[in-house]
Design a protein around this ligand. Structure first.
Ligand SMILES: NC(=O)C1=CN([C@@H]2O[C@H](COP(=O)(O)OP(=O)(O)OC[C@H]3O[C@@H](n4cnc5c(N)ncnc54)[C@H](OP(=O)(O)O)[C@@H]3O)[C@@H](O)[C@H]2O)C=CC1
Ligand SMILES: O=C(O)C1=N[C@H](C(=O)O)C[C@H](O)C1
Length: 264
């Protein structure tokens, strides 16, 4: 049995994660962390599943003598970083779905997990299709090195570019030599018209009500283009990946950034 704490249980992702954990026989939900409630049970809190599970404001309250095995964090980048560090300090394995971390953050958090000799996962996208999109993009970039990424999300999203777009660009850069794209003399009459830039690749972030989570990776070559696209149509699409991350974090040591390592 894997004992789990979830941070962010009222959120879009947190609500789905609570349901998933409750439905899996090999998982037990020990407590949830929500900055708006403390010392009550989930069934007494507005916007939570009607469960008899304790809610704490501070994550330390969950790390009592009966330690959980895993923390799932689905909050925001500032909170996610604090939670990851505190989990490691208490010997609890973090699975962080929260996005908005910089390359520096990942390096620092990776060193901390290594020092503690504990498994940790930061997964910018839990959807299996999105992970395949990233892997296929890396494969395509070996042959087509002109590439732009367009990610689209709901307009409640805090971070840009999405964690998925950042990880995709990083995976592409493993095989693509850094180079500028577009016309060498191109100009922008309106600032940011060409989007964000990562090693010469351009990344465009669309935020609209009605969207959930979508990404296109477009490769261009002489007389041809290749478009790879993934769409998450609801948050349930992320749950098989959350389940996989929880199972894998129990078997690993050090930080794994992205579920691509777990999918052959
Ligand atoms: N890896 C993946 O596959 C996916 C990752 N995400 C990422 O997950 C994160 C959450 O997304 P989503 O569920 O849509 O966002 P929501 O805004 O719907 O949920 C976030 C929740 O966290 C709560 N929260 C904020 N601060 C704290 C805190 N200190 N302690 C506990 N809870 C806190 C918020 O409460 P309040 O509203 O009161 O502030 C809110 O209920 C984002 O970073 C998003 O990018 C999203 C989808 C998939
Ligand atoms: O905020 C979201 O919704 C999502 N965030 C993740 C990201 O930033 O890539 C994963 C998915 O795209 C949904």
């Amino acid at each position: 049995m894997i004992s789990i704490v979830i941070a962010g249980p009222r959120g879009n992702m947190g609500r789905e994660a609570v349901k998933m954990v409750e439905n899996e026989d090999q998982f037990a939900l020990k407590a949830v962390v929500d900055h708006r409630y403390d010392g009550i049970s989930m069934k007494e809190a507005e916007g939570m599943e009607p469960l008899d599970i304790p809610v704490y404001k501070e994550i330390e309250a969950c790390f009592t003598e009966e330690q959980p095995d895993v923390l799932i964090d689905l909050t925001n980048p500032e909170t996610g970083k604090v939670h990851l560090r505190k989990a490691l300090e208490h010997g609890v394995r973090p699975v962080i779905g929260t996005t908005g971390f910089t390359d520096e953050d990942i390096k620092e958090l990776s060193a901390e997990a290594e020092k503690k000799k504990l498994g940790a996962v930061i997964a910018p996208n839990f959807a299996i299709g999105a992970i395949l999109l990233m892997k296929l993009s890396r494969m395509a970039a070996r042959y087509m090195d002109d590439v732009e990424i367009i990610e689209q999300h709901h307009d409640r999203k805090l971070d840009a570019p999405s964690g998925t777009a950042m990880k995709t660009a990083q995976m592409i850069s493993e095989v693509r030599k850094e180079k500028p794209q577009g016309h060498p003399d191109e100009t922008e009459a309106w600032e940011h018209a060409r989007g964000a830039e990562y090693e010469g690749m351009r990344v465009h972030s669309v935020r609209l009500p009605g969207r959930v989570a979508h990404q296109e990776v477009i490769f261009g070559g002489e007389g041809q283009t290749l478009t790879l696209r993934h769409d998450s149509l609801n948050r349930t699409s992320f749950m098989p990946g959350v389940r996989l991350a929880v199972e894998k974090v129990m078997e690993t040591t050090g930080l794994v950034y992205g579920l691509d390592e777990f999918i052959d």
